[in-house]
Design a protein around this ligand. Structure first.
Ligand code: C5P
Length: 229
C-alpha cells in the first residue's frame, strides 16, 4: 500500500561508504522518497545496510538484478523479501519461468512487496545491441516487457522513452525509470530525461543517483526535483 500518492522519487544510494548513505538518509523524509540499495553497498555491508535504513522508516528498493536459473532466483528472492524490502528486481533476460519463480517467492513472503523486471540497461545503445548479436533495442525492450506483462509481475525498469511502446500492449505495469537528469548530461545512459518529462511520459517512479549523490548539496537537488514534479 502506498504511504502517499506522490512518493515517486527513489534515491539511488550509490555510495561506497555506509556513513555517506546513512548521513544522506538522515536528512531525507521517508514520506516523499524511497531509497535504492544497489550492488555496491549491499556487497560491502550486507543485509544490515537494509535494516539500518529501514530503522528510519524508508521503503527499500533492493537493486540486485537477479538473473539465474529459476530455482536459484526463487531462493535468492525469498531471502531478499525476508529482509522486508519494498521492491526487488530481476533481469527479464532470465525469461518467463524465472520471472514466475521470483513472483512466487514474493507471494510466499510478502504479497504487498513489488517485483520488477529490468528490460535492457539504459546504458545499451543500438550499437552495443548489435555487438551482442541482438535485435534493435526497442524490439528487445518490447519483447522483455511482454514477458513481464505475461508473468504479471508489477512492473519494469526501462527508459522513460520506452514507455509509450510498452503501453501499446500492456496497461498493467509500473515503470521504474533511471537515466533521470536535471540538466542535459547523460553520463553512461544512452539518453536522459528530466523528472517532469519522465513523469509526463508515464514513469511511475524516478530513480535518481549521481545528480544527488555527487552533488555538493544533495538536499537542494532533491528540493529542485520536488519543485519540478
Ligand atoms: O547515477 P544515476 O542516476 O545514473 O543512477 C542510476 C541508478 O539506476 C543506478 O543505481 C543504476 O544501477 C540504476 N539503473 C538501473 N537500471 C537501469 C539503469 C540504471 O537500476 N536500466
Amino acid at each position: 500500500m502506498e504511504r502517499i500518492v506522490n512518493n515517486k522519487i527513489i534515491v539511488a544510494l550509490d555510495y561506497s561508504d555506509i556513513k555517506q548513505a546513512l548521513s544522506l538518509s538522515e536528512k531525507l523524509d521517508p514520506t516523499y522518497c524511497r531509497l535504492k540499495v544497489g550492488k555496491q553497498l549491499f556487497t560491502k555491508y550486507g543485509p544490515s545496510i537494509v535494516s539500518d535504513l529501514q530503522k528510519n522508516n524508508f521503503d527499500i528498493f533492493l537493486d540486485l538484478k537477479f538473473h539465474d536459473i529459476p530455482t536459484t532466483v526463487y531462493k535468492a528472492c525469498v531471502e531478499a523479501y525476508n529482509l522486508g524490502v519494498w521492491m526487488l528486481n530481476i533481469h527479464l533476460l532470465g525469461g518467463y519461468e524465472m520471472a514466475i519463480a521470483a513472483k512466487e517467492a514474493r507471494d510466499k513472503v510478502n504479497k504487498e512487496a513489488k517485483i520488477i523486471g529490468v528490460t535492457l540497461l539504459t546504458s545499451h545503445s543500438n550499437d552495443s545491441m548489435s555487438h551482442l548479436g541482438m535485435q534493435s533495442r526497442d524490439d528487445v525492450v518490447k519483447g522483455l516487457s511482454m514477458i513481464a506483462s505475461k508473468a504479471e509481475i508489477d512492473g519494469v525498469v526501462c527508459s522513460p522513452g520506452d514507455i509509450k511502446a510498452i503501453n501499446t500492449f500492456s496497461n498493467n505495469l509500473d515503470f521504474v525509470t533511471p537515466g533521470i537528469r536535471l540538466d542535459n548530461e547523460t553520463d553512461d545512459h544512452s539518453k536522459s530525461y528530466n523528472p517532469k518529462r519522465a513523469l509526463e511520459l508515464g514513469s511511475s517512479y524516478l530513480v535518481v543517483g549521481r545528480p544527488i549523490t555527487e552533488a555538493n548539496d544533495p538536499m537542494s537537488v532533491i528540493s529542485q526535483i520536488k519543485s519540478m514534479i
